[in-house]
Design a protein around this ligand. Structure first.
Ligand code: ACM
Length: 504
């Protein structure tokens, strides 16, 4: 029985095979066109199969409203010697099923090069598959180190293989601003480049002397959104505020608390003291930026960052203290929640859902979806408060930590090891949660911060196989480590066929 990752909810395998060959045609039901296109696109390079549409096709892809119990992403797959039937209630379910079909075929089907002499056999099976959690995410930080959009498409390909639902794109930070905004061209012209980068962890005084920069075009990002959607992956953009904005302040000092200061795009790592001002022009800036972000990214969720925002500048600024008083706030520190509340309301009025990183789980406005990262207990705090929550607990989901204590591991975030077992062992739903709080946990997400990660090869080394573990646990819910380990052995051959440069 083939070792699928993530593990399907129910799978029964029977003797026999369905053979895909030059004569195999697809019977494509209404609404299944996108899934058929994806199947062809994914299988063509290795198999050369045309998979033409035909009303007599024995390989059927169909939407079936009667399968509503399977939700947005669930699917049912039946393979017999004479027929394949993939059904789902929603198009996304069909896309998930396509990835299962891909894994059921011989591993060579995943290669990007033509394969000869392989019989493309699908084992006879009945599979019914529904994810435990809708949010199975992966965050990539392209602010600390830029990656071209060609690599982001490749990154999405491998997410989709693992049925990851959300690609969280961390587009802005102190060290770089990567998305163009027509009304503020200097965000990328100035904010997209830094003079050099710190070598070593926060606190080090060594620099590499190498300029680093890059930004996407609007067309590239829009194309990435379409590419990911065709694979059932939603791209959620993140625009950090009111902290982690040094690159924006280097471009437009008037958005800060010291308009007379010239700032560089930050070359250090760590938490930067410079934050946005709280005057009206700043709120207008954020709304203008987010209007353009919403034009490019249809994602229902828009991430506003929100974490690690020192309030020293506000405490010292007469203007900020004046704003706090005018808004009836107890102190300048309260401007943090006020600021995010203003911008969160703006997103809600536009029909989107604001997302923020939690510091405690109890500090963000109530209409925020919360990503808990510092402490696993914050998930329960936030859920009890009524927030939808995604667990991004750093000890289980931060892929910038080394995956072993081997001294030969490449440079990583200091302070710990996040091994494969910790990732698979993490249940995003806290044990103590009652049914109502548990129901607010949307799922889990892996984070790759890239202070120390400059190349695609290093990204893949840190991401795989740990993301396989997160995808498996997030989809199946099952904590069976031994079972996962045994499936991973076979799955690793798939990563190899795709050319993923994973950790051994
Ligand atoms: C974070 O690690 N800055 C959320």
């Amino acid at each position: 029985m083939p070792a699928l990752v993530p593990r399907p909810t129910e799978a029964t395998f029977r003797p026999g095979h369905f053979t895909l060959d030059a004569d195999t045609s697809l019977h494509i039901g209404e609404g299944a066109e996108q899934a058929a296109e994806l199947l062809r696109t994914l299988l063509a390079p290795a198999t050369g199969l045309a998979l033409r549409p035909s009303p007599d096709g024995r390989f059927t892809l169909a939407l079936d409203p009667g399968l509503g119990d399977l939700g947005e992403e669930g699917y049912a797959l039946a393979v017999d010697p004479n027929a394949v039937l993939l059904r789902a209630a929603h198009p996304t379910g069909l896309l998930r099923g396509i990835q299962t079909i891909r894994q059921l075929l011989p591993t060579q089907a995943l290669s990007g090069l033509p394969q000869s002499g392989i019989r493309w056999l699908l084992p006879c099976a009945d599979i019914t598959d529904v994810p435990r959690h809708p949010w199975r995410g992966a965050m990539l930080d392209v602010a600390r180190h830029f990656q071209p959009v060609s690599y982001l498409r490749r990154y999405v390909d491998v997410l989709a293989l693992h049925k990851i639902s959300v690609f969280h794109l961390h587009l802005t930070d102190d060290q770089g601003w990567r998305m163009p905004v027509a009304a503020y061209p200097k965000l990328t012209e100035v904010g997209g480049h830094r003079a050099e980068s710190q070598i070593g962890p926060a606190g080090s005084d060594a620099y590499d002397g190498v300029p680093h920069g890059g930004s996407y075009t609007r067309a590239e990002l829009a194309d990435l959104v379409r590419y990911a959607a065709a694979r059932g992956v939603t791209v959620m953009p993140e625009i950090e505020m009111p902290g982690h904005v040094r690159a924006a302040l280097a471009a437009y000092p008037r958005l800060g608390n010291h308009p007379e200061h010239t700032l560089d795009v930050w070359t250090r790592w760590g938490v930067c003291d410079t934050v946005l001002g709280v005057h009206d022009e700043v709120l207008d800036f954020c709304r203008t930026v987010l209007d353009e972000v919403m034009d490019v990214f249809p994602s229902p969720y828009i991430h506003l960052g929100g974490e690690e925002c020192p309030t020293t500048e506000w405490t010292q600024s007469a203007a900020a203290r004046g704003r706090a008083a005018a808004e009836g706030l107890a102190n300048p520190e309260a401007l943090h929640g006020w600021f995010l509340g203003q911008i969160g309301d703006f997103l809600v009025r536009r029909g989107r859902r604001p997302v923020g990183w939690a510091e405690t789980g109890a500090e963000l406005p109530l209409d925020f979806t919360v990503m808990t990262w510092r402490d696993s207990a914050h998930t329960l705090t936030a859920a009890r408060r009524g927030h939808p929550v995604v667990s991004a607990y750093h000890r289980a989901t931060y892929l910038d930590y080394a995956q072993s204590d081997d001294p030969h591991e490449p440079p990583a975030q200091p302070g710990g090891v996040v091994d494969l077992h910790s990732v698979h062992g993490h249940d995003p739903v806290p044990e103590e949660a009652d049914a109502e709080s548990a129901g607010r946990v949307l799922g889990t997400q892996a984070q790759l911060w890239t202070e120390f990660v400059t190349t695609p090869a290093h990204i893949e080394y840190l991401t795989y196989p740990r993301l396989c573990a997160l995808a498996d646990r997030g989809w199946s819910g099952a904590a069976d480590w031994a079972d996962f380990r045994s499936r991973l052995g076979e799955h690793t051959a798939r990563l190899d066929a795709l050319g993923v440069r994973h950790h051994p």
